[in-house]
Design a protein. Structure first.
Length: 127
């Protein structure tokens, strides 16, 4: 399984589209076989699902994502796991052990509007 984790300063980013980097992790038979960070190419509707699909990503993990983005990822066969927070290494360990649990998106509808990695406003609580 190959997963992309929206990453900001070593933690899961609350906004998948505005994270500075994605931590791409491959897990096979309970072992992490590859890990790399790739820069976010930019946030605009439809760009990231296509980009991550081209990277072979099967799942994206983030704190929050809008419904439209989730549909676009679904169209590319990429599973979305929202409501995740915390240290990247801990999230990777939960992927490795198949114990990762998602939940509700951390942002309400429309909270990500404005597009772009530079947007700073939202209504979720900062960690």
């Amino acid at each position: 399984m190959k997963a992309a984790i929206s990453t900001d300063n070593g933690r899961v980013s609350a906004h998948f589209g505005r994270c500075p980097v994605f931590t791409i992790v491959s897990v096979k038979n309970g072992d992490v076989t590859d890990r790399e960070e790739i820069p976010n190419p930019g946030h605009a509707p439809g760009v990231l699902p296509k980009f991550l699909h081209e990277q072979g990503v099967e799942s994206i993990i983030a704190g929050g994502m809008g419904a439209r983005a989730q549909l676009l990822f679904d169209e590319h066969g990429i599973k979305t796991v929202m409501g995740v927070s915390g240290n990247i290494d801990e999230v990777i360990e939960s992927l490795r052990t198949e114990t990762l649990e998602g939940g509700d998106s951390m942002c309400s509808p429309g909270a990500g509007r404005g597009y772009g990695v530079e947007k700073e406003e939202c209504d979720h609580e900062e960690e």
